[in-house]
Write a protein that binds this ligand. Structure first.
Ligand code: PMP
Length: 411
């Protein structure tokens, strides 16, 4: 994989004089995906699972082909792929369609302290509705890793819902711990949901190897369109789920006073689904399949992270929030604070210099607070970023810190 060749495939990234380092929030789009969306809307537009005419049949076939492409990408079968708007909707879907249906008072839902709000708030809601309790696997404050997560499983555990990779800290699992947690959860009859939002754009996700009941991710972080997302749910798990939304397409038979549902993913895709979004996501995946090599992506992103960590480590008053050793080996993002300068000020000044980074509580406010901060700066890379961009970022950050100090001294 040649970095600069790949970069040319992303028109906005290639065109803008901008150092884009907010890929953990959302990633830019390859031309191949834009072309596919154009083809769908301009040449082949129709709705799915209804029209007995060519455009409708073509749309159905493209939509179902997209399902098959995405299934293959994560080593699932097409019937296990439910299209959603994104990770947030996927988790809310499981919370509403499975959580409130099956959980009861004193059941336990095991999460980590490192969850994004998307994998915390839906479970708070389920707990409030059912009387179930949240159990939080703590993070070691020195290593930023989860300590002995399997010890939090008990006979009361009914669901384990955990992130594979934190959007604040990067990797938080010690080798083998996630597999052990999944095994232990299944031994006590609990279901397992994995939030793969920060995983899929950086390494292959193999749902068979993971063995979870549910895996969720967002298409827009995987170079696909906004409004595209995947909920992988095993057939056994789907059979335990109520419909999430009710309406057209998901019905098998309806009467004035009752209805029965389709089996399989259609049961969870009521109404006119996210057709272009699904087709666009499959186009991005097809692009990745032919243009990149995951081992090269891993090596490239960790080289970017190493440079970031070494550069940040040399700057006085900068503290990396995360485990530098782990991030150098497996990272795609680095969060940090600068003593005496608010994260938002850093992000705004960097923006004025053409550098996009994220600042704030990163939709993980309880975690950031538990780590003793209010706000962090986060730099996150993708396969199209370059070492030169990291140099530019480090240089501009250093200038920002100097500038800020001068302003404070003058005031
Ligand atoms: N989980 C994690 C770990 C995330 O990083 C994000 C996005 N920042 C989400 C969930 C939510 O994703 P979306 O906003 O695409 O639904």
């Amino acid at each position: 994989m040649n970095q600069l060749t790949v970069r040319k495939d992303f028109p906005l990234i290639n065109r803008l004089p901008l150092v884009y380092l907010d890929n953990a929030a959302t990633a830019h789009k390859p031309q191949a995906m834009l072309d596919e969306l154009q083809r769908f809307y301009a040449d082949n537009y129709g709705t799915v699972h209804r029209g007995l005419y060519t455009l409708g049949e073509n749309a159905t076939s493209s939509y179902e082909q997209a399902r098959a492409t995405i299934a293959k990408f994560i080593n699932a079968s097409a019937e296990e792929i439910i299209f959603t708007k994104g990770t947030t909707e996927g988790i809310n879907l499981v919370a509403a369609a499975w959580g409130v249906v099956h959980l009861k008072a004193d059941d336990e839902i095991v999460l980590t302290q490192a969850e994004h709000h998307a994998n915390l708030l839906p479970w708070q809601w389920v707990a409030q509705r059912t009387g179930a309790k949240l159990v939080l696997i703590p993070l070691d404050q020195k290593t930023f890793l989860l300590e002995n997560p399997s010890s939090f499983i008990s006979s009361r555990t009914k669901l384990v819902a955990v992130t594979m990779n934190s959007n604040v800290l990067g990797p938080i699992w010690q080798a083998g711990d996630l597999a052990l947690l999944t095994r232990r959860a299944h031994e006590v009859g609990a279901r397992v949901l994995l939030d793969a939002a920060q995983e899929v754009a950086h390494q292959p996700v193999d749902v068979q190897a993971l063995g979870a009941d549910f895996v969720v991710f967002s298409g827009h972080k995987l170079f696909g369109p906004t409004g595209s997302g995947i909920l992988y749910a095993t057939t056994a798990a789907q059979k335990m789920m109520e419909p999430y939304h009710r309406g057209g397409s998901m019905v098998y038979e309806a009467w004035f006073d009752r209805a029965t549902w389709q089996e399989g993913p259609q049961k969870f895709e009521a109404g006119t689904p996210l057709i272009a979004e699904a087709i666009g996501l499959a186009a991005s995946i097809n692009y990745l399949n032919q243009a990149i090599n995951w081992r090269a992506v891993h090596e490239h992103e960790t080289a970017l992270c190493r440079k970031l960590i070494e550069g940040l480590g040399r700057m006085p008053r900068v503290t990396i929030v995360g485990n530098p050793v782990i991030l150098k080996a497996h990272g795609h993002l680095v969060s940090f604070v600068v003593q005496g300068i608010h994260a938002h000020d850093i992000a705004s000044i960097l923006s004025s210099k053409g550098i996009a980074v994220r600042a704030g509580h990163l939709c993980a406010q309880p975690l950031v607070r538990a780590l003793g901060h209010e706000s962090l700066v986060r730099v996150s890379v993708a396969l199209y970023n370059t070492l030169e961009e990291i140099d530019t970022f480090l240089h501009e950050l250093e200038c920002t810190i100097v500038l800020f100090n001068q302003l404070v001294e003058q005031s």
